[in-house]
Design a protein around this ligand. Sequence first.
Ligand code: SF4
Ligand code: SF4
Length: 109
Amino acid sequence: MPYVIASACIDVTDKSCIEECPVDCIYEGSRKLYINPRECIDCGACEPVCPVEAISQDRRVDEEDTAFVADNRLFFTDVLPGRTEPLGTPGGSQKTGPIGIDTPMVAER
Ligand code: SF4
Ligand code: SF4
């Protein structure tokens, strides 16, 4: 059960969570960060450091934020606007650097 970043991160993006993640699976969009569900090891280290409580295990996401479970996954499996292929599982956000693009759902909020 991977962890998920929900709506509260939008336009906050202080990146405290990135510092804590032992496998570097939290990636930076433009207005929000995204956890790669295929790289997350479910350690929970990121959850308590988020100042706005945006992070939770996917099955514990608040009801109004359940769309963010799929949206975190789509950030990696869909082709993001302006790109030619999906991000997939790049093996760490230090390798990719900030992606600088959001999913359409986040961009439209
Ligand atoms: S639960 Fe652990 S592995 Fe998953 S994103 Fe958070 S810190 Fe990284
Ligand atoms: S700590 Fe919370 S608000 Fe800050 S970037 Fe991570 S998920 Fe977003």
